[in-house]
Write a protein that binds this ligand. Structure first.
Ligand SMILES: [Zn+2]
Ligand SMILES: [Zn+2]
Ligand SMILES: [Zn+2]
Length: 145
């Protein structure tokens, strides 16, 4: 189960963010997309309806949504960040296909041992971690052979 439009709106409202028509339009694009989108993709989709919208508005909203854990931030190969409405609210990571861009979520990361060792060795107080696997999905492997 993912977050619906309503959920997104209510979280933003609760935290005192103003829901301008532009922000609503960005949320609509995000929540109706199955694909992960770059800020430029979102801009392209919202711009015809709201010609005044700036990329900064989109970046800011994406940052807020990421902070509240409402969207997944995916760091793709080409250094661009892509965003996807979070399909599962709990802590999870991604497998990313470098060919077609398919993203698969997984939850069973077991990095607590590594975290403990690193914090012992470096003195870091570790808060969280990001983990992504990049490779070829099943159907892209088939295509390649
Ligand atoms: Zn995800
Ligand atoms: Zn693929
Ligand atoms: Zn994890």
């Amino acid at each position: 189960m993912g977050f619906t439009d309503k959920k997104l709106l209510s979280v933003l409202k609760k935290h005192g963010y103003k829901l301008t028509p532009q922000r609503r339009a960005v949320l609509k694009v995000l929540s109706s997309s199955q694909e992960h989108l770059t800020p430029a993709d979102i801009f392209e989709k919202v711009q015809p309806e709201y010609p005044g919208i700036g990329l900064v508005t989109i970046y800011r909203l994406l940052q807020i949504l990421t902070e509240f854990g409402l969207i997944c931030e995916i760091h793709a190969n080409d250094n661009s960040r892509r965003y996807l409405i979070r399909r599962q609210p709990e802590h999870h990571h991604h497998l990313i296909c470098s060919s077609c861009g398919t993203v698969v979520d997984f939850t069973d990361c077991d990095l607590s041992g590594l975290g403990k060792r690193l914090s012992r060795e470096t003195g870091f107080e570790i808060e969280t971690h990001l983990l992504e696997f990049v490779g070829l999905c099943r159907s892209c492997q088939k295509e390649a052979t």
